[in-house]
Design a protein around this ligand. Structure first.
Ligand SMILES: *[C@@H]1O[C@H](CO)[C@@H](O)[C@H](O)[C@H]1NC(C)=O
Length: 321
């Protein structure tokens, strides 16, 4: 009630209250096949603003032109893209005191990369929808007639661990082949790094930064058939089996995959990235959305309500209201 009065007053007398109230801003990183200002993203931003009136929302972009930005989700160097986004975020005055982040699909592991490597300004809560935190062991199938996607998929499948792919094909940079982990570890340019999987070069900044989050909210789509395995969104991965890749392809989808859950990952047990520390502080939250990959329409609102849009400065008591 007091909050409602305060908010109404703030709307009526903005000059008095502008310094008194501030809603934690929000940064979005869109998913593959989307752009920062597609009709879907714009609609999502406006729905968030209905839930949290007055919230500042920034949708990160790699390219200003929408079709180029969409293409940058397939082609580019992820490390460079995250660096570019870190510079972009650092220049936005509204984000100065920190923000919450929402990453859609691959945007989720990219925002996590931002937290681990930069985190300036710092992220408070990070929500990831259907993200590939332990990579993918198959390249998602494209929508019919999506030629950019199909060309990228073909190229990625052909030579996923070539140095060219690891610098130019986005999905190759989080492809984690359970039957070929050694190659992944030695040639992977992005995921092995942010997962601190290189025993010799673990970066403590990454784990300190991740553990400094207030909450990491990991949202999995229950019927996700795009992300293989879908449990990657909960830091699960396919167990390293002794089946050859071709045998797995023949047996799929009848062959029961065995998934290593987060709690059994060495990454978690040995706390390579601060995930265990964060979890022991109560900061790792597992959630689900019913449905196929990125079907968020029925589930986004509760998460946005609970984990974003917090009032961070309020002089409620000083004003005696
Ligand atoms: C660890 O990561 C930080 C942040 O990205 C970077 O500045 C630093 O150079 C890295 N340290 C090593 C040893 O690579």
């Amino acid at each position: 009630m007091a909050l409602a009065i305060l908010l109404i007053s703030a709307l009526l007398f903005p000059a008095i209250f502008s310094a008194a109230i501030s809603i934690r801003p929000l940064v979005l990183w869109h998913g593959l096949g989307d752009s920062y200002a597609s009709p879907g993203m714009l609609e999502f931003v406006s729905m968030i603003k209905n839930v949290h009136p007055g919230i500042f929302v920034h949708s990160v972009f790699i390219e200003v032109e929408l079709d180029k930005d969409r293409k940058a989700g397939f082609y580019g160097n992820v490390n460079e893209q995250i660096n570019l986004v870190a510079n972009q975020l650092a220049e936005i005055p509204e984000l100065r005191d920190g923000f919450d982040g929402i990453g859609f699909s691959q945007g989720g592991q990219f925002l996590r990369g931002y937290v681990e490597r930069y985190n300036s300004p710092p992220v408070h809560n990070l929500l990831t929808f259907g993200s590939q935190h332990m990579g993918i062991s198959d390249i998602p199938i494209c929508r019919p007639f999506d030629l950019i996607c199909q060309a990228a998929r073909r190229a990625t499948k052909q030579a996923v661990y070539s140095s060219w792919a690891q610098a130019n094909l986005v999905q190759a940079q989080y492809f984690r082949d359970p039957t070929n982990l050694d190659t992944y570890l030695t040639t992977g340019s992005f995921l092995p790094s942010i997962n601190n999987e290189d025993t010799l070069h673990r970066n403590e900044t990454y784990s300190n930064n991740l553990a400094s989050l207030n909450a990491l909210v990991l949202i999995m789509f229950t019927q996700d058939k795009t992300v293989v395995p879908k449990e990657s969104s909960w830091f699960g991965s396919e167990a390293v089996g002794d089946l050859s890749v071709s045998a797995q392809q023949v047996l799929r989808p009848t062959y029961p995959r065995s998934i290593v859950p987060m709690y059994l990952q060495p990454l978690y047990i040995e706390d390579w990235i601060g995930l265990r520390t964060l979890d022991e502080q109560g900061g790792v939250i597992f959630e689900t959305c019913e449905g196929e990959h990125m079907q968020i329409s029925e589930c986004w609102e509760d998460f946005v309500r609970e984990w974003t849009g917090e009032i961070v400065q309020s002089h409620l008591y000083q004003l005696g209201l």
